[in-house]
Design a protein around this ligand. Structure first.
Ligand code: AMP
Length: 303
């Protein structure tokens, strides 16, 4: 006898907006948490699947909150892509149980006056290019960790410096959470997936793959034995000069503390990071200097 095919389940997670409802839904469960700003794509889905695997039988919570505190005055807060229905679908298919979607007054009530600033790792690179950005990130992540109280929280290596800032905060403030990094998910072209790629046409996305080619060129120079920071950096810059519409914020070769060195050692935490504006969109990417650093292996640190 042939059984009818299993119905395609697409379990849409429950959307919760009220922190008290969230606490009630999570009480007594192991919890894995993936904070996001929504417009979920395969990179987020990979984090959610890792969260699912981290707490079999527990609860996987995905937050969708476009955090005003981490945007500068001339940044894309108002036009940042929002798609809650799509987010429910992607999160559900990847194994999320709950989607926490608080509104801005819930997170930042009138008179809100506290901020968390992490010095050191948050200062160079995006910290210099986007003043106040990492204070906004650390503050909202701490708030979300306090609301969700997860056992495990997953962050993408795509935002390498953010991962370093979160790890440092969690360590410095003794937060009872296991922070795990997840390797960057890319298009076939090499372009790192990002919600902001939605601003680009297919042709522009193909051109934006130059960023990952520049990072790979730095990896190739490192593999050839180059250890001088400036020469490694130049290998990446040489690739970027081939791009038509690119304005560079930084291309930096750094250690786990996010600072450049004259000579790079063989620390697997050494990384090359790039940030550039292409077609009016600010894109970031990074890779380990040692291309053989296995997926997940580099997640022990940074910082
Ligand atoms: P966002 O919604 O951009 O704030 O990202 C939410 C989380 O997803 C962060 O921890 C990001 O680092 C992670 N993430 C975003 N893009 C990717 C990607 N392409 N691969 C892996 N993780 C990602």
């Amino acid at each position: 006898m042939t059984l009818p095919p299993e119905p395609q389940v697409s379990p849409h997670p429950t959307v919760i907006t009220d922190p008290a409802d969230l606490r009630a839904a999570l009480r007594g469960h192991a919890v894995a948490f993936v904070p996001t700003m929504g417009a979920l794509h395969e990179g987020h889905a990979t984090l959610i699947r890792a969260a699912r695997a981290a707490v079999p039988g527990g609860r996987v919570v995905v937050s969708v909150f476009v955090n005003p505190m981490q945007f500068g005055p001339n940044e894309d807060l108002s036009r940042y892509p929002r798609d809650l229905d799509g987010d429910r679908r992607v999160a559900g298919e990847a194994g999320a149980d709950l989607l926490f979607h608080p509104d801005v007054p819930t997170m930042y009530p009138d008179g809100f006056s506290t901020s968390v600033s992490v010095s050191g790792v948050s200062e160079p690179l995006d910290g210099a290019a986007r003043p106040g950005h990492f204070t906004g990130v650390a503050t909202v992540v701490l708030k979300l960790l306090n609301l969700v109280r997860p056992d495990v929280a997953l962050f993408g290596e795509k935002d390498w410096q953010q991962l370093a800032v979160v790890r440092r905060m969690v360590r410095d403030l003794n937060l009872p959470v296991d922070v795990r990094g997840v390797p960057t998910v890319r298009e076939d072209s090499g372009l790192a997936l990002s919600s902001r790629n939605a601003y680009l046409s297919a042709d522009q996305r193909a051109q934006a793959a130059v960023l990952s080619r520049a990072l790979r060129a730095v990896q190739a120079a490192y593999a050839d034995g180059e250890r001088r920071g400036a020469a490694l950096r130049q290998a990446g810059l040489d690739v970027l000069t081939t791009a038509a519409d690119l304005s560079l914020d930084y291309l930096s070769v750094v250690g786990s503390d996010m600072h450049e060195r004259e000579i790079m050692d063989n620390d697997p935490m050494n990384r090359v990071l790039v940030a550039a504006r292409m077609f009016g969109v600010r894109l970031i990417d990074n890779m380990p200097l040692a291309a053989h650093v296995a997926a997940g292996q580099s997640t022990v640190s940074p910082a």
